[in-house]
Design a protein around this ligand. Structure first.
Ligand code: 6R9
Length: 633
């Protein structure tokens, strides 16, 4: 399965285009199937309908756990580093993780869970989060993990959309010096969610919580019951390759987040194949991905990818800058991390602290570095290369999306020649194309356009939960017979790919996808707001910041207080991650005669570039532009 040289890469790539089914069959043969497939692939991008390994039977947890027990049962599967460095860390070997997953799958079953149920998981980065995810998969229930930073309202929307019957959470969470009352947030969400029958609560921070009779149970009590019943094993449910494995909500151009659906077989093959290849994982290496399991990066590259390959994966509860900006380097030093995978926003933030936090930290164990979430600018690339990798570690800049399930355009460590700022070349099995506004393919090199993919890959989304039409219109209707990524991209003279950022109304703030319409809807909920428009602007650390233009005619008194109220509203409705960085009160928004907001103008103003706003003659009232320019922040 592993590509070891550049000629091998070229060969594999060629094969993946000319004989895709044979190519993927050989990769899929490296996994454990209870029964192999009837058909490798059937597809069309019109409906769309995509099926990989149809008829095959498997359980992904047998690939992540059972099959490793004999050869490496005593090897660490998860190393957990707590938020507070003075507290004890935890190590779970493959055998221990297997036992805990079986135990918790039994707990779920005792609480009424069965194959096909949707289960919402809202937990901080503790080992039990990975255990809960795997226990759902073992039982055949579909997990929907919601990131710990989302509000009660956002959680409720997600629970309602998927009609979840069980929620798994903790009393509280802690990140740096901030405490998050997770169970209380869940209680607020559940006021609106009649489908939820059971809430399983792990004790973590011992924050006081209200436990509702008949609905809420403690994780620890439920485990005790399993122990008394003497249940140790949990026979994994047999899943079809195309049965749903999980739903993960992500933002798009419209107001409502969509539930991206991944299925068991293809996703497993793709997560394992990409992990092993891009990072060239070797047995015994310690791998540390700094993402949260609430995002796709955590699903594919903390849990499923690494575990399916028998890797040791480090899970970190805290934040990079607490107790100080040397925390990541302490962790690398402490566990002798070999592969370190993080995000540009973290790199830029740590860069800003200078060299001091690196003093006395032994980073010599590092052999490979990775980046994900947004474009890695050259300055950050070089800092990462020089200060962290000491110029001896390849930087694997992985471009991919929630919808793609795994890496798409990415270097293969020590195989692909690198270029700072570039995600380099597509992995074998991935066929990118650039298209112009009309959807015509742009051939050749030294060109840019909208990035599409023209052939299916096993890890791609199958649908958006409960609304297949939305999946079609969002990804497959913009350009005929192509999957549209929403990203702009440059292919340089050497055929190397550089992602230039979203071309739709999606912002990328610290690597988090945020829909501008979602933020506008939240701002407009505030009682004195008439309307608003949200755009992104370049931000040194976050990549993009959120700039809101708000029409608030009856706002009297201190504008600073009004700003705080709006921030609070967004926090309550979406979550703190979507809070605007700048709020400018305006008397009106620049609209065309047909009533469309001209975002192009607002973007320019937010970027601080007001010299050339282009043609504004189609505006209903060009005068508002002068006012907005004058008040720009
Ligand atoms: C994995 C993940 C997807 C969007 C994607 C793109 C941006 C991700 C990138 C990158 C440049 C990279 N993105 N990786 N841009 N270089 N290496 O982040 O998924 O949260 O769905 O975001 O992130 O704009 O379209 P997701």
């Amino acid at each position: 399965m592993k590509i070891k040289s550049f000629p091998e890469y070229e060969q594999a790539y060629k094969k993946s285009v000319e004989q895709p089914e044979q190519f993927w069959k050989e990769i899929a043969d490296n996994f454990l199937w209870r029964k192999k497939w009837d058909k490798i692939l059937s597809w069309n991008f019109t409906e769309p309908k995509i099926e990989w390994f149809k008829g095959a039977k498997l359980n992904i947890t047998e690939n992540c756990l059972d099959r490793h027990l004999e050869t490496m049962g005593d090897k660490p599967a998860i190393i957990w580093e707590p938020n507070d460095p003075t507290e004890d860390h935890r190590v779970l070997t493959y055998k221990q993780l297997y036992d805990k997953v079986c135990q918790f799958a039994n707990v779920l079953k005792n609480n009424g869970a069965k194959k096909g149920d949707r289960i919402c998981i809202y937990m901080p980065m503790v080992p039990e989060l990975a255990i809960a995810v795997l226990a759902c998969a073992r039982l055949g229930a579909i997990h929907s993990v919601v990131f710990g930073g989302f509000s009660a309202q956002s959680i409720a929307d997600r629970i309602l959309d998927a009609e979840c019957n069980i929620v798994i959470t903790t009393d509280g969470g802690v990140r740096g010096d901030k405490k998050i009352p997770m169970k209380t947030v869940i209680d607020d969400a559940l006021v609106r969610c009649p489908s939820v029958q059971k809430v399983i609560v792990l004790t973590h921070t011992r924050t006081p919580v209200s436990m509702i009779k008949g609905r809420d149970v403690w994780w620890e009590d439920e485990i005790k019951k399993i122990e008394t019943q003497g249940k140790k094993e949990f026979i994994a449910e047999e899943m079809d390759a195309e049965d749903m494995l999980f739903i993960l909500y992500t933002s798009g151009s419209t107001g409502k987040p969509k539930g991206v659906v991944h299925t068991c077989g293809g996703y497993m093959v793709y997560a394992g194949y990409t992990f092993t290849n891009a990072f060239q994982y070797e047995p015994g290496e310690v791998y540390f991905c700094t993402a949260d399991i609430g995002w796709i990066t955590g699903h594919s590259y903390i849990v499923y990818g690494p575990l399916s390959q028998g890797a040791t994966t480090v899970m970190f509860e805290g934040v990079p800058t607490w107790p100080d900006a040397g925390r990541f380097w302490d962790i690398v030093d402490k566990y002798k991390v070999n592969i370190f995978y993080t995000a540009p926003t973290a790199i830029r933030s740590l860069m800003s602290f200078g060299d001091e936090p690196l003093n006395g930290k032994d980073l010599s164990s590092l052999t490979k570095l990775g980046s994900v979430g947004e474009p890695l600018n050259e300055e950050a690339w070089h800092w990462f290369d020089e200060r962290i990798g000491k110029k001896k570690c390849p930087i694997v800049d992985t471009w991919w999306q929630t919808e793609t399930g795994g890496f798409m355009i990415s270097p293969i460590a020590n195989v692909t020649p690198l270029k700072p700022g570039y995600a380099t070349l597509p992995l074998p099995g991935v066929q990118p194309v650039l298209v112009d506004e009309k959807g015509e393919e742009i051939q050749g090199n030294g060109v840019s356009g909208n990035l599409c993919i023209k052939f299916p890959w096993p890890g791609m989304l199958r649908t958006t939960y409960g609304d297949h039409e939305r999946c079609r219109t969002t990804y497959f209707a913009t350009y005929k017979d192509l999957y549209f990524t929403g990203d702009g991209c440059l292919r340089d003279e050497d055929g190397y790919y550089r992602i230039t950022g979203r071309v739709d109304d999606v912002l990328n703030v610290s690597g988090h996808r945020i829909g501008t319409a979602e933020v506008e809807n939240a701002i407009n909920m505030h009682s004195s707001v008439v309307e608003s428009a949200v755009v992104g602007y370049p931000h040194d650390i976050k990549g993009q910041g959120v700039y809101a233009f708000v029409v608030c005619p009856n706002q009297h008194g201190d504008p600073e207080l009004a700003r705080k109220d709006i921030m609070m509203t967004v926090s309550r409705i979406i979550g703190a991650i979507a809070k605007p960085d700048k709020i400018q009160f305006v008397t009106g928004l620049p609209k065309t005669r047909s009533g469309k907001i001209m975002r192009r103008i607002l973007r320019k103003i937010a970027e601080g570039d007001t010299s050339n706003l282009g043609d504004i003659s189609t505006l209903l009232d060009p005068g508002v532009v002068e006012d907005i320019k004058a008040g720009a922040l």
